[in-house]
Design a protein around this ligand. Structure first.
Ligand SMILES: Nc1nc2c(c(=O)[nH]1)N[C@H]1C(S)=C(S)[C@@H](COP(=O)(O)O)O[C@H]1N2
Ligand SMILES: [Mo]
Length: 414
């Protein structure tokens, strides 16, 4: 790519002044008048509840408002029909703690590398932007809890529909190159990452995640300073964000400023207690099942979506129709996408769009016709390069993670 990102692009200090902060804090206020006029009924897609749209967040366009402090903003589903990359101003937003950064002084910003290294170092943004080879890669960022609203029975946690995922082209430097500068000591096992955000209460656990040392040096895990050739929006982790291609977004630490190389296991709350799934096929158990063997969420699993036809839509009877959408293979590329116009009784291969890399969304299209009037169910399923296919059985676990059941869209032919 002929894309050249300079520090100059980022030297504008990021102070989202009083006005912008006001609109963040005023999230409650915006629920009143304008929001009442504009809502989305998630029940239409089998979810529950009605949510307001919001345009009140800095650098963000029209988003579904889940929660205001800290913000959980979902990408409206129609955005995925418009292109293979999600525009930055509609890339979903999630933070754990309300003390997320709203201003960053780029001249003072420092990324510390400490722990089991030969030299503890501190890198400026200039060091990252000028001093190291650049890499670029397209990858889907998906919250491990994407689609949780569809879990039956319902589970606690952010009630995301299908829009806590977004696809972007990321530009940055390899994590490996940064670690090499510090010199990882033999015996190092994990690298743990933290960002500028801090918990509000002193005894609450700071948000951190870790990956093992070999993974961190695979040359793909990167520190991104640009997203779709622009600086990263503040709410998505300006100025730098860890990109762990093919892994759940919980690992993609935003406003990244700290690496700690560990020579033992990571025993922090976010690894040992939160973000865990049953060690079972499709991470699926029966509701109420006891003594679960829980493991951390890690890799993404294959998924696919119809983006141009929604639940309850009327499809013209008999006429040739086009279905289209996006798919991704999880931590592998998309091998194939199949479409069914008869509720999964028969499947035919969809045409695949341009390959943007194995971690990206891949667009697909399929032709079909509905020849009988009345109710029909459209389905789409993705198989990844490993041969792993989306399950037909409902995925269920108590945390509401890793949902990738084949999507069904009920339509009427008339
Ligand atoms: N510093 C920091 N990074 C974080 C988080 C956080 O709370 N703090 N949340 C994680 C989770 S669970 C998700 S889903 C993604 C959301 O990234 P986005 O807001 O850019 O979409 O950020 C991840 N990185
Ligand atoms: Mo998440």
């Amino acid at each position: 790519m002929g894309y050249d990102f300079h520090l100059d692009d980022a030297t504008r200090r990021r102070f989202l002044g009083a006005a912008a902060l006001g609109s963040l804090a005023g999230g409650l206020g915006l629920l009143s008048k304008p929001a009442r006029a504009e809502t989305i009924d998630l029940r239409a897609r089998g979810g529950s509840g009605v949510r307001p749209f919001t345009t009140a967040y800095p650098e963000k366009g029209r988003m579904i408002l889940q929660r205001t402090r800290p913000p959980w903003l979902e990408t409206p589903f129609d955005v995925f029909d418009k292109g293979v990359f999600t525009p930055n101003d509609q890339h979903f937003v999630s933070w754990h703690w309300a003390t997320f950064p709203t201003a960053v002084d780029v001249d003072k910003y420092a990324l510390r590398v400490r722990g089991s290294v030969n030299n503890e170092i501190s890198l400026s943004l200039n060091d990252l932007l000028r001093g190291m080879p650049r890499v670029e890669l397209a990858a889907v960022s998906q919250c491990a809890g994407n689609s949780r609203i569809y879990f039956e029975p319902r589970v606690a946690g952010a009630q995301w529909a299908n829009g806590s995922m977004s696809n972007a082209r990321w530009t940055g430097v390899r994590l490996k190159d940064v670690l090499d500068r510090a010199g990882v000591k033999p015996g190092a096992r994990m690298v743990r990452f933290g960002g500028l955000d801090e918990p509000i209460l002193p005894d609450a656990p700071k948000f951190m995640k870790s990956i093992d040392i070999d993974h961190s040096r695979d040359g793909e895990v990167m520190i991104a300073f640009a997203m779709n050739c622009q600086q990263i929006p503040m709410l998505n982790g300006f100025p730098i964000k860890l990109i762990v291609p093919g892994w759940c977004a919980v690992y993609w630490i935003k406003a990244l400023n700290d690496f700690e190389v560990l020579d033992g296991p990571d025993l922090n709350y976010w690894t040992t207690t939160a973000y865990r799934v049953p060690n079972k096929p499709n991470y699926t158990v029966e509701p109420g099942e006891k003594n679960l063997d829980l493991i951390p969420v890690t890799r993404n699993v294959p998924r696919s979506f119809i983006t141009n036809i929604g639940p309850g839509d009327a499809v013209p009877l008999g006429a040739p129709q086009l279905a289209r959408g996006v798919a991704f293979g999880g931590d592998k590329g998309v091998k194939g996408v199949d479409f069914s116009a008869d509720g999964g009784a028969s499947w035919s291969p969809a045409r695949l769009g341009e390959d943007q890399g194995k971690y990206s969304f891949r667009q697909w299209q399929a032709d079909f016709a509905l020849t009988a009037p009345g109710a029909h169910v459209l389905m789409v399923r993705c198989t990844n390069a490993d041969g792993e296919r989306q399950p037909a059985r409902p995925v269920w676990n108590p945390g509401g993670y890793m949902g990738n059941t084949i999507e069904s869209t009920a339509v009427r032919a008339a």
